[in-house]
Design a protein around this ligand. Structure first.
Ligand SMILES: Cc1cc2nc3c(=O)[nH]c(=O)nc-3n(C[C@H](O)[C@H](O)[C@H](O)COP(=O)(O)OP(=O)(O)OC[C@H]3O[C@@H](n4cnc5c(N)ncnc54)[C@H](O)[C@@H]3O)c2cc1C
Length: 390
């Protein structure tokens, strides 16, 4: 691969950098807006910033222009994501931009497109993802929430869990079983649920960092009008799986680790010559190399997509590596900082405003969310190495 930008990519990179240099400094960041805090940028925390991005199609840069996106090529998306992450700029949109919107664009009716796409871009309507259940996570197709036809409605009963941001969301992409007799992948339908419907109850779940990042959501005879069914009944599994193609390179996650290691290097430099042991210097060096490896694995996914290929085990390699690296970076950070690293936000002696402790407590979640490390390793073994299934 040629790592240099093409002239077009270089010009686009400059355009993004100029925009960020002009607009980002005036944005007042919320202190609790980090992954451990639930990633508030995804939930409409910066309306003015979102408006500026939306004006350029950059809230949803991968969406076609006709729907308010920027229609970027895959490699332009990689450039955009890299520059946004490098500048630590908030990325509004979350589930709405990454899952709900693309799914509606591909499989929704004209009415659904008219109703839902613009409010996603403006941040007016926040979405959450109701896929996982207490007994259905890695084995998602085993989900048990039921939707039963009753006149012009479906009646939904059941429970979802780990629903990030449900407390902010007005809509949910919901998978529910509509045909319990069919093979498990074939009896699932995909709904665009109004979270204000009677019978929806949201209960926050506290994560280890002390933040209600996700929730349990219960459905008690919730009536969902037929117009909120996406596509055809019982085809929900296929809609759910065909839409995860958008931004799967993990380049944002890799760049976040590049930033985190840069922060640590700055901190270590300030500690002076005597302040960092040779062991820790070596450890930091190792992390610095690993962040570049994570970046390269992500770029590999981007280049495959750019050639029209569908990344498969390569995306698992990038996700697995970047997420496990974030845990190693968090451990190195606490070793480097020492006992003060345990102080949280609000303490005057907390280094780097307490981000390290929250990052450390958050980091186990990253190897679970979006498919666990074991699942990624299974994909790499079977599809990448060609090993037989167990
Ligand atoms: C921070 C965070 C946010 C999340 N947000 C959302 C959200 O917004 N919406 C949503 O729907 N879900 C969300 N999830 C849920 C996430 O998708 C699931 O946690 C994940 O898919 C794993 O499912 P599970 O928790 O049921 O674990 P399980 O599938 O029960 O797995 C338990 C353990 O068994 C292992 N295991 C399972 N199957 C296999 C196998 N075949 N081979 C080897 N090992 C296996 C797993 O790796 C794991 O270690 C979130 C999770 C986290 C951590």
């Amino acid at each position: 691969m040629d790592f240099r930008d093409s002239p077009d990519e270089a010009a686009f990179r400059q355009e993004v950098r100029d925009f960020l240099a002009a607009e980002l400094p005036s944005l007042a960041r919320r202190e609790d807006d980090d992954e451990a805090g639930g990633g508030l940028d995804r939930y409409g925390a910066y309306p003015e910033w979102q408006r500026k991005l939306a004006a350029r199609g950059w809230v949803a840069p991968a969406w076609p222009r006709e729907y308010g996106g920027a229609g970027l090529t895959v490699l332009q998306q990689v450039v955009f994501n890299e520059e946004m992450a490098r500048a630590r700029a908030p990325r509004p949109g979350g589930v709405g931009v990454n899952y709900a919107g693309p799914t509606i664009i591909l499989h929704g009716s004209d009415d659904q497109k008219r109703q839902h796409l613009r409010p996603i871009l403006s941040g007016e309507v926040i979405w959450c993802q109701g896929f996982s259940e207490p007994e259905a996570g890695s084995d998602l197709a085993g989900l048990q929430t039921r939707a039963v036809r009753d006149g012009d409605d479906y009646v939904v009963n059941g429970q979802k869990i780990w629903t990030s941001g449900a407390q902010f969301a007005r809509r949910m992409i919901l998978l529910a079983r509509t045909d319990p007799q069919a093979p498990k992948h074939k009896g699932i339908s995909y709904f665009l649920l109004d979270m204000k419907s009677p019978g929806v109850t949201i209960r926050p779940l506290m994560n280890m960092a002390g933040v209600p990042g996700f929730n349990e959501v219960f459905f008690d005879n919730v009536r969902v009008p037929r117009r909120d069914l996406l596509g055809e009944e019982n085809r929900g599994w296929y809609y759910a799986t065909t839409t995860l193609d958008f931004e799967r390179s993990s380049i944002g996650a890799a760049m976040a680790q590049v930033n985190a290691v840069e922060d640590l290097v700055q901190f270590a430099r300030q500690a002076g010559n005597g302040g960092v042991s040779s062991h820790l210097r070596a450890e930091l060096g190792e992390r610095a190399v690993e962040t570049q490896t994570a970046r390269l694995l992500s770029l590999r996914v981007g280049t495959l997509q750019a050639r029209g290929l569908v990344p498969n085990y390569e995306a698992s390699c990038a996700k697995l590596y970047a997420s496990e690296l974030s845990q190693r970076v968090a451990v190195t950070a606490l070793r480097l900082i020492g006992l003060h690293g345990q102080l949280g936000r609000g303490s005057p002696r907390a280094p780097l405003a307490g981000r390290l402790m929250r990052g450390y407590l958050w980091s186990p979640a990253i190897t679970i969310a979006g498919g666990t490390s074991e699942i990624q390793r299974g994909i790499i073994a079977i599809r990448g190495l060609g090993l037989p299934r167990g």
